[in-house]
Write a protein of this length. Structure first.
Length: 425
């Protein structure tokens, strides 16, 4: 009996094989990094309760199964192939097909041209791992010992930082991040010291006096730089929280619609991810899908793992509710439908509050930046006619400063404030 090889199915099998091989290779590198760093906690989380040998065996068995399946399909004696599938076969099978069917070169060119006209398949990265950077490697080379010493002396401080990195989805080992912060602060301190001395020398100042002044300045820079690194994750957490909050109502509505069709709970997250419509939640949903498809977690464990690292309390509440509903045998469709109604109502109320607050800000803008400058300029005109000055400054100087500096500066501040409070659409 002839076996019909579907191009898409065979291509997907090979793509899946490449993904698992690549993941295994990068996973082994990560294991080596974690073992060298003696980071037992991260190592346990990565292995998910398995030994290193069990972890390797899981991927070896799965890769072997895929290879056997592909080999079986490609080695059939009689193969009936769709035209477009020719270009997805290995060289040996392709040559056999051309020889058996007497396919001419011009026919192959026409088929290839037809394929090229179709929409290109974009290869998506199904997972991400920590990738070392040149600067991170250099920082570890110079200050790794200092980093390990500080983390042992102040475990609570750096454990909190490690949690912040996970909440901010900063794909970097906490040890490397700390090394980069320390190395950057040293470079910034030395750089500021040399720049200040260069400035003093260029301006013809006293070098000895400049040297005395440069020390506290460079020391201040040395302290400020690691502080900036420590508080940077708060910025990314805030941005992620805002993005998730804006997308969440529509994601819940979409999930409720999928659940209403009778789809399995795990399939809901796959379909949401494949839609590509919710960029704010894409990272969180991708983690859930990868935990299930790549790490072999059950859905409840995957949801619990993501709920621990998501910066959004609303999304955490949703995941907790899904876990309770699925484990308790409840109606997931009814739960998601109820959450969709609540989320949409909350979204509308927040938008309404924002519009009402704009009316208040509009009144403030009219009073402070339109009416007040007009009255101020009128007062200046009267003073100019009478004669005199204000605080030793002439009326002309004050009016120029107000027109070209103060009023534009206040307008910029107001616009920045509005852009910060404005919800994303």
């Amino acid at each position: 009996m002839e076996q019909v090889i579907d191009k898409k199915e065979l291509f997907e099998l090979k793509k899946q094989l490449d993904i698992y091989k690549d993941y295994k290779e990068k996973g082994l590198k990560k294991l080596e990094i974690l073992k060298r760093a003696n980071d037992t906690e991260s190592l346990k989380k990565f292995l998910v309760g398995r030994t290193e040998e069990e972890w390797k065996k899981y991927y070896d068995d799965f890769i072997l199964k895929l290879e056997e399946k592909i080999k079986t399909e490609e080695s059939q004696n009689s193969i009936q192939i769709t035209n477009e599938a020719i270009f997805f076969l290995d060289k040996k099978t392709k040559e056999k097909f051309i020889q058996d069917t007497n396919t001419e070169n011009y026919v192959l060119r026409r088929i290839k041209k037809k394929i090229n006209k179709k929409e290109e398949i974009k290869e998506e990265i199904a997972y991400t791992v920590y990738k070392p950077t040149a600067f991170g490697t250099t920082a570890n080379l110079f200050v790794e010992n200092l980093t390990l010493y500080l983390t042992k002396q102040h475990p609570k401080l750096f454990n909190d930082l490690s949690l912040l990195l996970r909440l901010g989805d900063i794909k970097m080992l906490s040890k490397t991040y700390i090394s980069i912060a320390l190395f950057s602060s040293i470079l910034a301190g030395i750089g500021s010291f040399l720049l200040f001395l260069l400035y003093v020398a260029a301006s013809g100042g006293n070098i000895l006096l400049g040297l005395i002044k440069a020390v506290p300045i460079s020391f201040l820079v040395l302290l400020i730089t690691p502080a900036l690194f420590y508080f940077y994750p708060y910025t990314t957490i805030g941005n992620r929280k805002k993005a998730i909050k804006n997308d969440l109502p529509f994601v819940i509505i979409h999930m409720a619609a999928i659940a209403g069709s009778g789809a399995l709970p795990a399939s809901i997250f796959n379909l949401i991810l494949n839609s590509g419509e919710y960029k704010g939640l894409e990272g969180e949903i991708r983690k859930i899908v990868n935990y299930v498809n790549l790490f072999g977690y059950d859905l409840s464990t995957a949801l619990k793992a993501v709920s621990l690292t998501t910066p959004s309390p609303e999304f955490k509440d949703l995941l907790t509710g899904i876990i309770a509903t699925t484990e308790g045998g409840g109606d997931l469709r009814a739960y998601l439908s109820g959450k969709a109604v609540d989320a949409l109502s909350t979204y509308r109320l927040e938008r309404k509050k924002y519009v009402e607050s704009l009316a208040t800000y509009s009144d403030m803008y009219t009073g402070i930046l339109i009416a007040a400058p007009l009255l101020f300029m009128t007062t200046l005109a009267i003073i100019n006619v009478i004669g005199g000055s204000i605080g030793g400054l002439s009326v002309k100087t004050i009016s120029i400063a107000g027109t070209y500096l103060i009023i534009p500066f206040l307008n910029i501040i107001f616009l920045v404030f509005l852009s910060i409070i404005q919800p994303e659409t």
